[in-house]
Write a protein that binds this ligand. Structure first.
Ligand SMILES: Nc1ncnc2c1ncn2[C@@H]1O[C@H](COP(=O)(O)OP(=O)(O)O)[C@@H](O)[C@H]1O
Ligand SMILES: [Mg+2]
Length: 239
């Protein structure tokens, strides 16, 4: 069971964001995410705030993070999706939100209150914060007391905080966040990332004392693995 809803900090009359349309119903993907979910559920109660990073853009961080968040929510956990990729905020566009949306950057810079940036989603048990407008200093905002307090506050109200981050192979943001999170998953793009790139990301996380929970092997071509279905059935591997 998730934490009691009456202690939630999300106001009930808030706008509901449609994220269900972004979730795949591909059986293999759903099953792979379920096994990732099981690994997380059995990682211990101290693993609550989980970041997802990768070497580069387009490796699948946002896709895997959202799929994982929804999967945990479907399991009865109360889940919060926190988009911290303030440099490349794709979610308002993907959920087809027409108006300017308040998000993390507005909150961290003092331009919005917490309740103004929280949203419900059409996935029961799943709430979220968008990244907000691109600020001039994303890394500085993520290193602030305000961000630290936000993560601590959310952990009191939700079972899991799934934190989408920018690629660590490109910018330092996730390394800054890692020390505030309980663990980080590295999403590896099986079709694009080199061993050297992956090692560099791993080393950067280790330097921050961030706990690496494991690796999600994404965009795996089933053809390469001798599978029957061919490339259309890319799947998420679990760690
Ligand atoms: N396993 C997968 N199979 C096929 N397409 C995928 C997979 N994972 C991600 N994608 C696609 O790759 C693109 C980049 O994914 P995204 O999650 O936005 O990456 P990132 O957040 O790392 O920049 C999106 O169009 C997404 O739909
Ligand atoms: Mg992303």
């Amino acid at each position: 069971m998730g934490k009691k809803r009456e202690v939630t900090i999300v106001e009930t009359e808030m706008e509901v964001i449609g994220v269900k349309k972004l979730l795949t119903d591909d059986y293999k993907v759903v099953e792979a995410v379920k096994s990732l979910r099981t690994n997380i559920l059995f990682s211990g109660t101290d693993i609550q705030a989980i970041g997802l990073t990768s070497c580069d853009s387009n490796d699948g961080k946002t896709t895997v993070a959202l799929q994982l968040a929804a999967s945990l929510a479907q399991n009865g956990k109360s889940v919060f999706f926190l988009d911290t990729d303030m440099r490349k905020s794709v979610l308002p566009y993907r959920v087809e939100h027409k108006e300017a949306i308040l998000g993390l950057s507005h909150f961290l810079s003092g331009n919005a209150t917490l309740n103004e940036v929280l949203y419900h989603t059409d996935e029961p048990n799943l709430s979220m914060i968008f990244a907000g407008l691109q600020p001039p200093n994303p890394a500085e905002l993520l290193g602030s007391e305000r961000f630290k307090n936000l993560v601590q506050q959310l952990k009191k109200y939700y079972d899991y905080i799934i934190v989408d981050t920018p690629p660590l192979g490109r910018v330092v943001d996730c390394a800054i966040e890692a020390s505030l999170l309980d663990g980080v998953l590295i999403v590896v793009n099986a079709q694009n990332n080199s061993i050297k790139q992956i090692r560099r990301v791993k080393t950067q996380l280790e330097k921050t004392n961030g706990k690496i929970l494991g690796v999600v092997l994404n965009k795996v071509s089933m053809r390469d693995r001798g599978g029957y279905y061919g490339k259309a059935y890319n799947q998420y591997g679990s760690y």
